[in-house]
Ligand binder design. Structure first.
Ligand SMILES: Cc1cc2nc3c(=O)[nH]c(=O)nc-3n(C[C@H](O)[C@H](O)[C@H](O)COP(=O)(O)O)c2cc1C
Length: 481
């Protein structure tokens, strides 16, 4: 597999979501849908479109939403190889492994760049304060039939400041509308945003928060994936952009919001104050969590652009409007992290969409020494990006394409001796969305589907034509192929 995919910034940078939307339309990947209602129609349309065209999923821009003149909703902005390439500034490619590879190459030189505070930006075009606050001013979708409410934050950025050392964390956590002035926020145990909130609550202090609901999708890629504790998603995204992200400090708590954001809610959570939240369709394809008491956010300010675009991520049985993008990002992050941990010989990583980008991951290596395959297997199962809610990790030889399910199953079937080559890791980090979880922990199946190293030179050769023979015969008989 070619690891050196050209990583040129041929397609960027862009200023904001709107400019990027234009670029997406220019490459033919934007579908405009008029007239869909917030009540179930947008969610169902996203499901129909993503399940009907899993190989060419477009971004969907919902326009002319009944009752919300001028406002729009956007689903699936990063959910294709080409849109990811535009967002990350990679050379355009339709092959997912090219994007994974470009990501891994980028991370060799990636340096975090802190955001730049500016006085104002488009997000300040409209400000609603106190009594004027109404989150239902926007076309907040009710996404799936069994959901417990309308969710304003799905493809969102939940921005918080660590009270100890002041660093800014951003995570994507769902937020459900409770009423016009309050939303619930669900953060899974162990998540960095939750750790920060618990610090405030343990000190008996209110926890300030911003919820951004429409933004440069680069920030969503940073926010929805596990970065190391203490690394701000703003800095990480700036490192990808090669320039600082512009932020404006919020009026009440001085929290930094993206200057080009579409909609930002500013609010506060109080210790001990909760309301029922959920249920909500989940990324694994189930409703595993019942309604539960969760902290609520009192919204004190709303900042928004004229004719704002509300971004949506609708978790369902995959594929969903964000599952492909998670596969690519996770695969790139795992590849980068295992190499940083010292692993050599990695030729590819892939997180399968059926495993919702977390539960069925594959690493490919060129075996160089006895024990190499198990080292790769354990590293790929335990690094930060793979740790939460993993299930199966597979290691394959470099002649197997990790993105090709058939190839991977063939390797498991023919190179993995279950008695010798399947290991179980127990008491690993899971969470309430895992349908099999007990006490926030689960077990992992680690599958070594590499040729046994001690037999690597004598293992039966693969019965297939060589690349040279295929090329020669294909050229000669082109009219039959
Ligand atoms: C579309 C989407 C929705 C998500 N919703 C939630 C959620 O509701 N609660 C949660 O704990 N994690 C959720 N996650 C996962 C977190 O965003 C992810 O683990 C992220 O790394 C959390 O930020 P942190 O690393 O700063 O804790 C979601 C991810 C995505 C992409």
């Amino acid at each position: 597999m070619d690891k050196k995919i050209g990583e040129t910034r041929t397609n960027g940078p862009y200023t904001d979501l709107r400019e990027l939307l234009q670029q997406v339309e220019d490459i033919g990947e934007l579908r405009r849908v008029q007239g869909a209602d917030w009540n179930l129609e947008m969610g169902c349309l996203a499901e129909l479109i993503y399940h009907n065209s899993p190989d060419t999923p477009p971004a969907i821009l919902f326009e002319e939403i009944p009752g919300y003149p001028g406002m729009r909703c956007l689903s699936g902005m990063t959910n294709s190889s080409q849109r990811l390439a535009l967002t990350l500034g990679f050379a355009l490619s339709k092959k997912p492994i090219d994007i994974v590879s470009s990501y891994r190459d980028r991370m060799q030189t990636h340096e975090p760049i802190p955001p730049r505070v500016v006085n104002t930006g488009p997000v300040m075009e409209n400000i609603l304060r106190d009594d004027d606050v109404n989150v239902l001013k926007f076309p907040v979708p009710f996404l799936h039939e069994l959901d417990g409410g309308r969710y304003i934050g799905t493809d969102d950025l939940v921005i918080m400041r660590d009270p100890d050392d002041g660093w800014i964390n951003i995570g994507t956590y769902r937020s459900m509308v409770q009423d016009e002035k309050t939303v619930g926020l669900w953060m899974s145990p162990g998540k960095q945003g939750r750790q920060i909130r618990e610090k405030y609550f343990k000190m008996g202090q209110p926890c300030p928060v911003l919820i951004c609901c429409g933004h440069d999708p680069l920030l969503f890629l940073a926010s929805g994936n596990e970065l190391r504790y203490g690394l701000s998603e703003y800095d990480y995204a700036g490192g990808h952009r090669g320039a600082p992200i512009d932020v404006v400090n919020s009026e009440l708590f001085g929290l930094p919001m993206p200057a080009h954001a579409e909609i930002v809610l500013e609010g506060v959570m109080y210790p001990g104050e909760t309301k029922l939240e959920g249920p909500f369709g989940e990324f694994t394809g189930y409703y595993n969590r019942e309604q539960s008491e969760q902290p609520i956010v009192h919204i004190k300010r709303i900042y928004h652009r004229d004719n704002p675009i509300l971004s949506i991520a609708s978790p369902i049985r995959p594929p969903s409007d964000f599952s492909f993008s998670k596969c690519v990002m996770k695969a790139g992050m795992i590849w980068d992290e295992v190499e940083r941990a010292g692993l050599s010989g990695v030729t590819g990583v892939w997180c399968h969409e059926a495993g919702a980008a977390r539960m069925f991951n594959i690493i490919a290596i060129k075996q160089a020494y006895a024990g190499h395959a198990r080292q790769a297997l354990h590293a790929a199962a335990s690094c930060q990006s793979a740790s939460y809610m993993g299930r199966f990790t597979v290691v394959v030889d470099h002649d197997v394409d990790p993105t090709d399910t058939f190839d991977v199953l063939w390797a498991i079937s023919t190179r993995c001796d279950p008695g010798e080559d399947i290991e179980i890791m127990r008491r690993a980090w899971s969470g309430p969305l895992d349908p099999l979880m007990v006490k926030n922990m689960n077990s992992r199946g680690l599958i070594d589907a590499c040729r046994p190293f001690e037999r690597i030179d004598t293992f039966p050769p693969v019965a297939r034509a060589s690349e040279e023979l295929k090329a020669r015969v294909a050229a000669k008989f082109a009219k039959f192929l």
